[in-house]
Design a protein around this ligand. Structure first.
Ligand code: NAD
Length: 424
């Protein structure tokens, strides 16, 4: 028996959290010792310097990362984050979760993630374009439709994916839309991709509410983070009949017991960029939002916001993890012991995004495009299957829903590694 010899490269609270989740799941399925470390640790990572000419003529060098966690089960897949607090350890943890997620929902992918340490709101559109193109240029030999396929995450969007796809295509000398997903429709993006993650969160939440026999028209929802995932989750849950009573972004939140006017909030964001001073309800702090009495709480921003400090104070019936890694391991334990909250774990809850990214990739590779209805119908079919498999695993072994989801995802990756040998 040998243990991995690992450096402090990824050392961070969030990477440790992902590793502890893995260890718990590996113990639960008695994963053979010689498979553990190579299933757990990232396959490789790349760190790059990204010099960008600013509008005032000066040059700023940004730091960017890509971590390919698992490439044994297909091209690695995962978003690129632009945020001022990005670290290599965070990117590695997010890459690890991508591996379990793609595997859980049965996609022919591995897992990866990328990031750049930058506050994108402080860049002009031209500076953002230069940074995005430079990131792809530095990593051009690392990405490819059959090696590693990025997508949007926090702080990135369709436009950025378009610039990255164009940079890659110019390098290889022909249009290569399948190298990136989450692109604008005009560049081969899929209908339904923009709303896919939130639509998936809402669909699974609806399914769990039905299991609990809670009617949608008696459901109240609080959502932390009103970006791509948070806003689309709100729109879809409201369309199902739920009342959205609180939303927030990094500037703070808004509470309205009568229900937030989502159209008004979206229009406000379009012009003002943030929810600051939005007059659709009373102001509320992000920490307060998490502790609101509501049927569904959906953290849809960053990691580690539900902690041992607030887990005891949650007053929701369903915790829908729209974000990746929103709940610390200590909080997870408290929620399990409480037993009164249905937790939909991140790797299942927000998997709609990568499922429709897969559809986009398939459409790009075959140059044959689907209708939005087709996309949504296929998405919900895959989510139904994943939900059922998680709930069967939960019941069969008496696991928490998170442990059920992780054990399924990890087992598939480990099986592929065992069958392939030591190299991939
Ligand atoms: P986004 O950049 O579009 O939105 C992020 C939102 O979170 C913004 O409203 C931002 O203001 C808010 N926010 C940032 N810091 C905050 C804080 N400290 N407190 C409260 N709000 C804060 O990003 P996104 O794509 O919506 O991603 C949100 C989460 O969903 C992330 O965890 C991401 O990894 C996960 N996710 C995204 C996708 C996708 O398709 N975009 C897919 C799966 C999972």
């Amino acid at each position: 028996m040998s243990k991995a010899i690992v450096s402090s490269l990824y050392d961070s609270d969030v990477f440790k959290m992902a590793c502890r989740q893995f260890d718990k799941a590996a113990d639960a399925i008695n994963l053979p010792e010689d498979l553990r470390d190579r299933t757990k640790y990232p396959r490789r990572c790349l760190a790059v310097s990204l010099p960008v000419r600013r509008m005032d003529g000066s040059v700023t060098v940004f730091e960017g990362y890509r971590v390919q966690h698992n490439v044994s089960t297909g091209p690695s897949k995962g978003g690129i984050r632009f945020h001022q607090h990005v670290t290599l350890g965070e990117v590695a943890a997010l890459a690890m979760w991508m591996s379990w997620k793609t595997s859980l929902v049965g996609l022919p992918y591995g897992g990866a993630k990328g990031g750049v340490i930058v506050d994108p709101t402080l860049l002009t559109p031209t500076e953002l374009e230069h940074l995005s193109r430079r990131y792809m240029q530095e990593m051009v030999n690392f990405f490819g439709p059959h090696t590693d396929v990025p997508a949007p995450d926090v702080g990135t969007n369709e436009r950025i994916m378009g610039w990255m796809m164009d940079t890659y295509s110019n390098h290889v000398g022909h249009l290569s839309p399948a190298v990136v997903t989450g692109k604008p429709i005009s560049l081969g993006g899929s209908l339904g991709r923009r709303e896919a993650t939130g639509a998936g969160v809402a669909y699974l939440t609806k399914k769990y509410l039905e299991d609990l026999k809670i009617p949608l028209n008696k459901t109240t929802v609080a959502i932390q983070g009103f970006g791509n995932v948070g806003s689309e989750t709100a729109i879809a849950l409201a369309a199902y009949g739920a009342k959205i009573i609180a939303i927030s972004d990094y500037t703070g939140g808004i509470y309205n017991a009568k229900g937030i006017d989502l159209k008004k909030a979206l229009n406000y964001i379009r012009t003002q960029k943030t929810l600051k001073d939005f007059d659709g309800g009373e102001p509320i702090a992000n920490e307060q939002l998490l502790e609101l009495k509501c049927t569904v709480l959906a953290p849809a921003a960053l990691e580690r916001v539900i902690t041992d400090k607030n887990a005891k104070k949650l007053k929701c019936r369903v915790l829908a993890e729209a974000a990746n890694g929103p709940t610390t391991n200590a909080a997870d334990k408290i929620i399990e012991e409480r037993g009164d909250i249905e937790l939909i774990p991140d790797v299942l809850c927000n998997s709609g995004g990568v499922v429709v990214s897969y559809f986009e990739w398939l459409q790009n590779l075959s140059s044959f495009y689907w209708s939005r209805d087709e996309v949504m119908q296929k998405l919900f079919g895959i989510l139904d299957k994943a939900k059922d498999s998680v709930d069967v695993q939960k019941k069969k072994f008496g696991f928490s829903r998170r442990l059920a989801a992780l054990t399924l995802g990890i087992q598939r990756v480990a099986d592929a590694k065992a069958a392939r040998g030591l190299f991939p």
